[in-house]
Every structure is written in C-alpha cells, then in structure tokens.
Design a protein around this ligand. Structure first.
Ligand SMILES: [Zn+2]
Length: 541
C-alpha cells in the first residue's frame, strides 16, 4: 500500500492533503512524507506511524513512551539522525527518521556490529528526534553566570539597559535548563551573603548555582518584571506568570511558568524568595486509534468531521490527555476547505493549518470568542469553559452553525451536564447543542520486560508491576488512555433527562448499560495485560 493510501484509510487524513502533496512531489521530487511534513499538512507523529506501517517497522514516540537510553556516540546520533531506545543482551533498538537512506542505514549497522550487537530499527518522527536532542542538551552554570555578572558600581542608564538585556538572557537560559532537566520547579532564594538557585528534579532538590547579592537582586527584579509583578513591592507575596513565548522559540509555546514571590526576612535585609513552577504542557498530535480509547469513543470522534455544528466536550482532571484527544480529532478534519480556530491557554501544539490564539491576562477566553464570531470559523476549539460568559458564547456558537470542541472540569461525563447547568446553560440549549461528552484518564502501561503474571479470582490471569532496569524500577513504561462516552442521541435522551432531574446514580447505570464506562474500559486493558488492576482501581473509580 502507498503511504498516501495508508494515511487516508488508516489514519483518516483528508485526501485533499495527499493530493496537494502529490502535486508538490511532481515539482520537487521529494518523498511524500517529507513534503507532508514540510507543508505542515500532517502531524509528524502520524507520518512516522504510517511510514512504520508501510514498511513493517516498529514505531517509537518519545512523547508517550520512555527511553531506556544507553551510551552511544554523539557523532552517530547526529550524523545518521538516530536515537538509542533500548538494549538487551542480543539487540539494540534504535529509532531512525530515515532508515531508507542507505548511507544512514549502513552507518548505523556498521557502528553496532562493531560493538557486537544486532540492530532493531523503529521509525521516529522529526519531532521525536528534535525532542531527544533537546533532552540531551546541557546548559552549564558558567553560561548562565556569564550574563549575570555585570559592573555593579556604575549604574548609568546605558549600563542599566544592557544589564537588563543580559539578565533576561540569564533567566532564559535558566528556564531552558529547567525544561531540559525536567525540573518541576526552580527556587531562587537568599542565603547569608548572597543567594542560590535550586531545582527540584524527580522530586529531589539540587543546588544549581551560588550567586552573589547583586546577581540575586538583578535576577529577582527581572523575574518580577517579566512575570508582571510590582517590582517596587517587596513586603507582600505576589503571583505572576511567564509565558513560554519569553523563550523566543516556537517549540516552547506550550510551556508555562507560574511565579510566586514571598518576602524573606533575614536580620540584615529584606530579600524575596522566588519559586518558578514549570508546567510543560507540550504534547503531540497522534493517530486517534493509537490513543487507546474505547471503540465507541473512537467511532464517535471519527464521525466528527462530518458534522457542521454542535458541541463536543472532554472531561477529566488536568493531565488526562484531553487536549491530545481534541488535537488528534481535529487533525482528521479538512483544514484547507474549512476554517479552524483555537483559543488556548497555553497553546500546547502548533498546527499551521489552524489559527491559534493564546489567552493572556489581557485577553480572556470570552473576549477571544467574541472576536472570533466575526471570523465565522467552521470549527472552534475553546481550550476550557470555566466561567458563565465563556459558556454562553461557546454554546451560542455551537448552536449557530459552528462545531465546537471544549474541555470542562468535571469528574465524569454525567457530572459534566450538572456543571453546565451551574454555569447557567439552559436545559434546552444543552439538549440541542451538545453532541457528546467524553470522559478520560491516562493510565500507566506495564513494562513488557518485567510484568509478572498473577491469577485473580475474578479475571483469571492478569499482570502485576514488578520493576527492572529498563523501566527505572517502576514497573511501568508509557501511558494510555481509558475513556467513556456519552453521546446525545435518541436512545440517550432519557438519560440526559435523569441527570437534569439530578438522578445521577440511575443515569450512570443506564448509560453503562448502553455504552459501558471508564472502569469497564480499564478492566479490558487489565485483561489484555496492558495495565494493572490497581492502576484502574486508583484512577477510574
Ligand atoms: Zn520493567
């Protein structure tokens, strides 16, 4: 099968995109996958997945699976565009962007044969490759310090602005270091005669650098300035935020920094302590069928591209992969013939076929939606409905010829309806506008190398987590989605009715009868040996 056919039939990519790329191919002569990537028509992970299918290779995605990572020369990684994935006694598994390039392929084979290993190849996307390089990048303390050291005695205006620019650079490097090292937060705090910078990495605090008083004060001032705090105010706690765009690189728009400053009294002086929490929400668009959702949800989402109005709502806690589901659904919609606008906070993935708006303190969800109305999009993704005003406009749009995707803070699909009522949406509007509600969670996938069969009284042979070097002794590797579906259609109207009458328990019972639920979907995954019973009990009850 040709790559274009696989993309259309198996991954539901609009045929128009393939036609366009094929036309371009006649001119440039490049490979179809390369063109689709260059023209931003198909998300990189979907292209890689389809190429793997076409040639019967494995596929590896760094955003959903964990690397075992083993020693490998940097030159090999860069020259052949490959990444080390895992190793055992006999084989190494490496990811390659283009193993069809004979030079690359031969180079990799020679390198590992020299080391007495057989090679298994998995296809990776350009995005996965770039992400790997980024995680390998090290920013040294010396580099950061270079921009922190200034002339502390002469404070002419000219020096001041240069110092500001330099300190901003130092902060940028510090934040990047935090991202690269996967730190959850960065602490900038005074010590007896200066200050120190610490990072919490995998739950442990590490001192990154020691700085002098001048450096500390400059760093604190710049952080307060950039995160829109009152720089002069030192006596009360303040909160602020630094946008990913501060890093001046497209790749980090999905990262968000929450800043908190507290006055920190020492006998000699009043200096603040600052904590920067790093929220790395970057995600990738994946083939819908790979997300692990149940069959009903998958079928429902695949049918979205044929709808012209209404609202589809995703519920689940933060970090349950709702945005990935929405992005992946939207990737199946023809964005060349339809106009797609997103309003997000923050933008977690850039797709150049969509118009994407970042919400900010100066631009609320409701304001953004109001201005979008005039652009009359066919499809709208409203990142979150969290207030009455946003809810009203989003529902008005859904009811007047726009297909709207959104997320809602609620525990499950039944409770979501009650939440909408709380937000002031009328019963009639809920019934006429909502097409369906999807509730989802992310669960951990058992490590294939160490999972242990056990017998369970109810389910027979299932697996337990154990731990080995390959999974960092956690017993798990990678994550998958469990979901439940509540479509609004004739046979479920009586259930909507039950919820509106606050008869939640029987509503849930009736819904389970027709569509199952998240817990049952999770149990399926336990029986298939994908995850543990414990994981489902914890996350899906
Ligand atoms: Zn393991």
């Amino acid at each position: 099968m040709k790559l274009g056919e696989i993309l259309i039939e198996k991954y539901h990519i609009p045929a128009v995109y393939i036609d366009l790329a094929l036309k371009e191919q006649k001119v440039s002569g490049e490979k179809l996958g390369v063109i689709l990537d260059k023209m931003n028509l198909v998300p990189p992970e979907i292209i890689a997945r389809a190429i793997a299918d076409q040639h019967n290779y494995e596929y590896f995605n760094i955003f959903t699976s964990e690397l075992e990572d083993f020693e490998c020369d940097k030159e090999i990684i860069e020259e052949y565009k490959m990444i080390p994935i895992s190793v055992d006694n006999e084989y190494v598994t490496v990811g390659m962007v283009d193993p069809f390039n004979i030079d690359n392929y031969d180079g990799v084979m020679r390198y590992f044969q020299k080391n007495n290993k057989k090679v298994k190849i998995a296809i990776i996307s350009n995005d996965t490759y770039r992400e790997y390089l980024e995680r390998k990048t090290k920013i040294s303390v010396e580099e950061i310090k270079k921009y922190l050291i200034g002339n502390q005695t002469t404070f002419t205006n000219k020096d001041l602005s240069k110092q500001l620019v330099d300190t901003e650079k130092a902060l940028r490097l510090l934040l990047l270091k935090g991202i690269y090292e996967k730190a959850s937060d960065i602490h900038i705090e005074p010590t007896l005669n200066g200050g120190r910078v610490r990072m919490r990495i995998h739950g442990t605090m590490n001192t990154i650098m020691v700085i002098n008083e001048y450096e500390l004060l400059r760093l604190i001032n710049v952080i307060k300035l950039i995160s829109t705090m009152n720089v002069a105010e030192k006596h009360v706690p303040q909160d602020g935020r630094i946008d990913g765009t501060f890093l001046k690189n497209e790749r980090y728009v999905g990262v968000d920094f929450r800043v908190s400053a507290i006055p920190n009294w020492t006998p000699e002086r009043l200096v603040e302590s600052i904590v920067i929490r790093i929220l790395d929400r970057r995600t990738s668009i994946m083939p819908l069928r790979d997300l692990g959702m149940d069959k009903n949800t998958l079928e429902f989402l695949l049918s979205c591209k044929n709808r012209s109005y209404g609202m589809i709502i995703f519920v689940g806690p933060t970090g349950s992969g709702k945005t990935t589901s929405i992005y992946s659904t939207m990737a199946t919609i023809n964005a060349i013939e339809k106009s797609i606008i997103t309003v997000e906070d923050p933008i977690e993935y850039r797709n150049f076929l969509w118009k994407q708006i970042q919400v900010s303190p100066r631009l609320s969800f409701a304001d953004a939606l109001r201005s979008i109305l005039r652009h009359d999009p066919d499809i709208l993704f409203c990142g979150e409905i969290r207030d009455r005003e946003t809810a009203e406009i989003a529902f008005e749009m859904a009811n007047t010829g726009h297909l709207v995707f959104s997320t809602l803070h609620a525990n499950d699909s039944v409770k979501a309806i009650m939440r909408l009522r709380e937000l002031g949406i009328s019963r009639g509007l809920i019934e006429s506008a909502v097409l369906g509600i999807i509730s989802q969670r992310l669960i951990r996938i058992l490590c294939n190398k160490c999972k242990k069969p056990i017998s369970d009284a109810k389910y027979g042979v299932i697996y337990a987590a154990q731990g080995c070097p390959s999974c960092n002794w956690s017993g798990y590797k990678g994550r998958a989605m469990v979901s439940e579906m509540f479509p609004f259609e004739e046979k479920t109207y009586h259930i909507v009715d039950l919820v509106l009458k606050e008869n939640v328990i029987s509503a849930r019972e009736q819904l389970t009868k027709i569509y199952g639920n998240m817990y049952l979907n999770g149990i399926e995954k336990v029986k298939e040996g994908i995850t543990t019973l414990q994981e489902i009990e914890e996350k899906c009850k």
